[in-house]
Design a protein around this ligand. Structure first.
Ligand code: F6P
Length: 557
């Protein structure tokens, strides 16, 4: 039976009201709105968990968000938020809760899964992580030749890679004792070779990060790293000192040869892309230490409390999520750009890509009904100001409508001359240019002042016109501290959740990745020229042709 809150939202009166509102306001120019309302910045800026969101450069009037809040209420968002935090089986296709918030729950409230409070195990795991990291960082746990560890190799992919990598990159200024962290994700000999190059097996710790302990890339990399260790001075008896695992599948990890006391648990009720806060964060804790990791959790916890308790009008994840729906479903935006103006946050777009696109890149709703509207956008982006010399041309003059999130620390970790003022000025002026643009008349008068006249003028001026009226948010904060980074990542987790609820999709499963894995085995056997692996008609002509190309190249070697 369809849950009315989960019907296709295009059938709702609240959707119709927004469609009418879109017609009424879509021709308004933000540059005029700023002229007409000097309070626009203060009116559309809010603060939560040490983050500030300037959402004044959006295609909205004071009526827009209330209409979006009506849609959110019609989708029963308040109950969905409660259901998530309370551990209801909101991941319906896998019959699981989505309780990444329990991993940073510093309240005294229990969190029940199948009637059992999971908080004691969450806390004991965090204590185990703390003790493990303390022993490594203080050289009590040493390698087989009794040397302290200098390097940790985190072997994992997807959520077992992107979150920890982003956070350890973002918090490089907080790396204490000299433990270098390396991430090995891809099933690519070059990635493996590059990571192991220069490492000393005596002083290298491996952490195999896999919720399923069944991911091909991770298991192959782990096997190769184990062989590298044994080929370079390590012995079987030394493996327990140098290999640990983080997984929900302890049996498989033990079968691989990891000692049980070296296995840190994950739980089915935490999705991979939401697992940074779990023992998957071990490589991060090893580099930044327990206290900084706890600050990361604290920031996320404060964003959780904000999300759970704030009225929609002051709710940062709700507003960001609904503005995204406004652009996807009414402005037909196909993508959304994440533009951190901070070298240390350069990994943020890649993490949010998985977080957003693996969560809401769906085309049927939670009841299995095909959507008759767009859902998850394409997430892309990169560090500023580099992007201004790569893709900002499209943002300013392209035919694509791509809303942007500018992410800006007001203070840098590394003051150099006026570099930070220049970086900040680039960030602010880019969002300003996207909003105000340059009219044809302004382009013409600039060209006339530069001495241009007809016939060149009427050819050049349109090339220099900048449409403007292109929306962006600016998320700004004092400094990218562990607490701020935790709040920032949690903000996007909840933004994605809000959108998934509006679109009625399950943001916590990822069945779409299964087919590629299934087909991969057949292709792999064919590439290896296994007998009968490429029987006539087994593959389409393209796949068969490509397999032949690979095999003929291989035969030349
Ligand atoms: O991409 C599919 C996926 O299951 C992701 O959701 C997950 O983060 C990644 O593969 C790795 O999975 P695991 O942690 O089980 O190795």
């Amino acid at each position: 039976m369809d849950n009315p809150a989960l019907s296709l939202f295009t059938s709702l009166p609240e959707y119709e009201a927004l469609k009418k509102h879109f017609k009424d306001i879509s021709s308004l120019k933000m540059r005029d709105q700023f002229k007409d309302d000097p309070q626009r910045f203060s009116r559309f800026t809010l603060t939560a968990a040490d983050l500030n969101l300037d959402y004044s450069k959006n295609r909205i009037t004071t009526d827009t968000l209330p209409l979006l809040f009506d849609l959110a209420r019609a989708r029963d968002l308040p109950s969905s938020i409660t259901a998530m935090f309370q551990g209801e089986l909101i991941n319906r296709s896998e019959q699981r809760p989505a309780l990444h918030t329990a991993l940073r729950n510093f309240s005294d409230e229990p969190v029940l899964v199948d009637g059992v409070d999971v908080m004691p195990e969450v806390r004991s795991t965090l204590t185990r992580m703390k003790e493990f990291c303390w022993r490594i960082r203080n050289q009590h746990w040493r390698g087989f030749s009794n040397k302290p560890f200098t390097d940790v190799v985190s072997i994992g992919i997807g959520g077992s890679f992107l979150g920890p990598k982003l956070a350890s990159q973002a918090l490089k200024p907080y790396w204490g004792k000299k433990i270098d962290c390396h991430y090995l994700a891809n099933i690519d000999g070059s990635n493996l070779t590059e990571v192991l190059q220069g490492l000393n097996p005596e002083t290298t710790l491996f952490i195999i990060q896999s919720k399923s302990f069944g991911t091909q890339e991770t298991l192959k990399n782990a096997t190769e790293c184990r062989q590298w260790f044994l080929d370079n001075g390590g012995e079987e008896k030394d493996l327990p000192r140098h290999f640990t695992a983080v997984t929900a599948n302890v049996a498989k990890a033990k079968k691989f040869g990891i000692n049980e006391e070296n296995i840190f648990p994950m739980w089915d009720w935490v999705g991979g892309r939401y697992s940074l806060w779990s023992a998957i964060g071990l490589p991060l804790m090893l580099t930044i230490g327990h206290e900084n990791f706890r600050q990361l959790l604290q920031g996320a916890f404060e964003m959780d409390c904000h999300f759970k308790t704030s009225p929609f009008e002051q709710n940062m994840p709700v507003i960001m999520g609904l503005l995204g729906v406004w652009y996807v479903n009414f402005f037909d935006a196909q993508s959304h750009a994440i533009l951190p103006y901070d070298h240390y946050l350069r990994g943020l777009p890649a993490h949010i890509q998985q977080l957003d696109m693996e969560s809401n890149g769906k085309s049927v709703n939670i009841n299995g009904n095909k959507l008759d509207y767009q859902a998850g956008p394409i997430i892309w982006g990169g560090v500023g100001s580099n992007g201004q010399h790569a893709y900002h041309q499209l943002l300013h003059q392209g035919t694509q409508f791509a809303p942007c999130d500018f992410i800006l620390p007001l203070m840098t970790h590394n003051p150099v001359d006026h570099f930070h003022e220049l970086l900040v000025s680039n960030c602010l002026s880019q969002s300003q240019a996207l909003m105000q643009g340059k009219s044809l008349q302004e382009a013409e008068s600039e060209l006339k002042e530069a001495g241009f006249s007809e016939p060149d003028l009427s050819v050049l001026a349109p090339q220099k016109e900048i449409p403007g009226n292109r929306p962006s948010n600016t998320l700004f904060f004092d400094k990218a501290t562990p607490k701020v980074v935790g709040a920032l990542i949690a903000l996007y987790e909840h933004k994605v959740f809000v959108q998934g609820q509006i679109w009625g999709v399950n943001s916590f499963d990822q069945w779409g990745v299964e087919l590629g894995k299934q087909l991969g085995d057949q292709v792999h056997n064919a590439l290896l020229d296994e007998p009968g692996a490429a029987a006539d008609g087994m593959f389409d002509a393209s796949t068969a042709g490509l397999i032949d190309a690979f095999r003929s190249m291989k035969n030349k070697l």
